[in-house]
Design a protein around this ligand. Structure first.
Ligand SMILES: Cc1cc2nc3c(=O)[nH]c(=O)nc-3n(C[C@H](O)[C@H](O)[C@H](O)COP(=O)(O)OP(=O)(O)OC[C@H]3O[C@@H](n4cnc5c(N)ncnc54)[C@H](O)[C@@H]3O)c2cc1C
Length: 489
């Protein structure tokens, strides 16, 4: 069923109402899109449980808000979603990262792109995004009500919905200032006017309902959706770091490797990218991406699994062994801890290698590392290979060379648990996508009901993809609700 086919009840005597539950990124985007399209021919209200709106935007991206990612090809963009990618392709053709950039630029917020493709406001402050969204909502006439948690929702016999608010819902907050007071008048019969304070628990009626309540880490968070006939894919965390207790990582928190391949034995899970040693184990983009693609699988293993790390992408055990053997020939007199294989000498670094057989005498055409490994990590590998700090390369036996090559390319670490990544985490799971029409974000199970944002079973890897999903689904839902109201009028 499309949004325009929804029945929205008898509209002849009053202004039609849209209620958005959830004052986060998706709820705001949907409410703004809907109100801008309606131009006052209906009321749009956002109900937020907390005292403040857009709280996740505030803390996002380390306080800078990674708004989206500089990937402007919908099919490519969709590949960054471990859950929901295929469903999002069509939606991204309608509102993609380039549209996000344009949307904010039109409202005076310029985004900049960092080397890895992440896009932030040029101010580097999430507050810029918050102010932009709240101003846009006010300008469009959206009624914003904080401290308004929705506890229950029922379908009304005549169409539409009745929402029961939490007993302590005061319906006040940071935003219903002067302008909202004007809206109360303008939208006579609006959601606020219908807030029945006689009851112990106030209620609000509406014609169309958008649920944008965010990731349902606790299953109860999806209860509004399930009470209206929807199914939740079981929620589990995504975007986390790994706990590893291992002498190879002891005392070197903060050491980062620019490029490594991390994989989970016995699965197809494999990622390449920066890896960071933390006080608890391993983190960094490659680890966090691995956690996203493996969110369900790793949850099923209770976050206990062997992690394999190849610290030299492009190399494998045999080639690393050859590298170590050449190092033994080349720098036999040097201590192993002081001469990492593949790391070039100062002279080699300054002398460009001529290809086509033009090597200088004595220079090996050995495979180069993308970047040398941090010396402190190399020292750990040497120790883990059973080689003392006073051993010279020339004294290494075959078993020790093998052990070094293994540390470099097939190092295994026992992961024992996970930690949330402080910069960004999301929930894998949520409202089952087959139950939602992605042309409109309308429910296929319940007429008049729409979804947007992380409540859906969509989640992306880090880098701005999660907000992009919120902007895309919110924008489409907002447009569709406005069209539905227009058709019903
Ligand atoms: C620390 C952190 C940093 C992040 N950084 C980034 C980043 O830089 N880039 C990126 O792309 N993604 C980031 N994310 C992910 C991103 O924040 C979310 O994917 C995004 O906020 C989802 O938007 P949403 O509107 O669906 O949900 P939310 O932002 O979670 O908003 C849902 C809102 O609904 C409200 N609500 C819930 N239930 C009710 C109810 N019953 N009644 C009324 N209100 C209710 C909640 O209080 C909440 O305000 C980050 C996440 C975290 C936790």
């Amino acid at each position: 069923m499309t949004g325009t086919e929804d029945k929205v009840g008898d509209s002849s005597r009053r202004l039609l109402r849209v209620v958005v539950v959830g004052g986060g990124a998706a709820g705001f985007f949907a409410a703004i899109a809907c109100a801008e399209a309606l131009r006052g021919r209906g009321s749009v209200t956002v109900l937020e449980r907390g005292p403040q709106f857009l709280q996740k935007v505030k803390i996002s991206g380390g306080g800078r808000c990674n708004v989206t990612h500089a990937c402007f090809e919908p099919k490519e963009l969709a590949k960054r979603y471990p859950r929901g990618g295929p469903a999002l392709i069509g939606a991204l053709h309608r509102f993609q990262a380039a549209d996000t950039v344009q949307w904010f630029a039109t409202r005076g917020v310029e985004l900049k792109t960092e080397a890895d493709g992440r896009m932030f406001p040029t101010t580097d402050q999430s507050q810029t995004i918050i102010e932009c969204l709240t101003n846009a909502a006010r300008d469009a006439g959206v009624e914003l009500r904080a401290n308004c948690g929705v506890e229950r929702v029922e379908r009304r016999g005549e169409g539409g919905f009745r929402l029961t608010l939490a007993g302590d819902a005061s319906g006040t907050g940071i935003l219903p200032v002067q302008q909202s007071a004007a809206h109360f008048k303008r939208f006579e019969g609006s959601a606020t006017a219908l807030l029945d304070r006689q009851d112990a628990c106030p209620t609000i009626d509406c014609d169309l309902l958008l649920l944008a309540t965010g990731g349902c880490r606790a299953a109860a968070a999806g209860s509004l959706a399930t009470s209206l006939g929807h199914t939740l894919e079981p929620p589990v965390p995504s975007l986390f770091t790994f706990h590893v207790t291992d002498t190879r990582l002891d005392g070197i928190a903060g050491v980062a490797v620019e490029n490594a391949v991390v994989s989970v034995a016995g699965t197809k899970l494999k990622e390449t990218g920066p890896v960071l040693v933390t006080h608890w184990g391993l983190s960094g983009p490659a680890i966090i991406r691995l956690s996203a693609w493996g969110a369900r699988d790793l949850h099923g293993r209770n976050y206990q699994f062997p992690l394999r790390v190849n610290w030299l992408p492009g190399q494998h055990f045999e080639s690393a062994l050859a590298l170590c053997q050449r190092q033994r020939e080349k720098t036999g007199a040097k201590l192993v801890v002081n001469a990492m294989p593949g790391a070039k000498t100062e002279l080699e670094r300054r002398t460009p290698v001529r290809h086509g057989g033009g090597h200088m005498a004595g220079q090996h055409a050995e495979p180069e590392f993308g970047a040398p490994l941090p010396a402190r990590l190399w020292e750990k590998f040497v120790a883990a290979a059973g080689i003392s700090a006073t051993t010279q390369w020339a004294r290494l036996d075959r078993a020790q060379l093998h052990a070094l090559a293994r540390q470099l390319t097939e190092a295994e670490f026992a992961v024992t648990n996970k930690s949330l990544n402080k910069d960004e985490f999301v929930t894998c799971g949520g409202v089952r996508l087959a139950e939602v029409d992605f042309k409109t974000m309308a429910s296929r199970a319940c007429p008049g009901l729409y979804f947007a944002g992380e409540l859906l079973d969509i989640d992306g890897i880090t880098g701005g993809f999660n907000f992009q999903a919120a902007w895309t689904t919110g924008w489409i839902a907002g447009q569709a609700m406005a069209e539905s109201l227009a058709a019903a009028r």
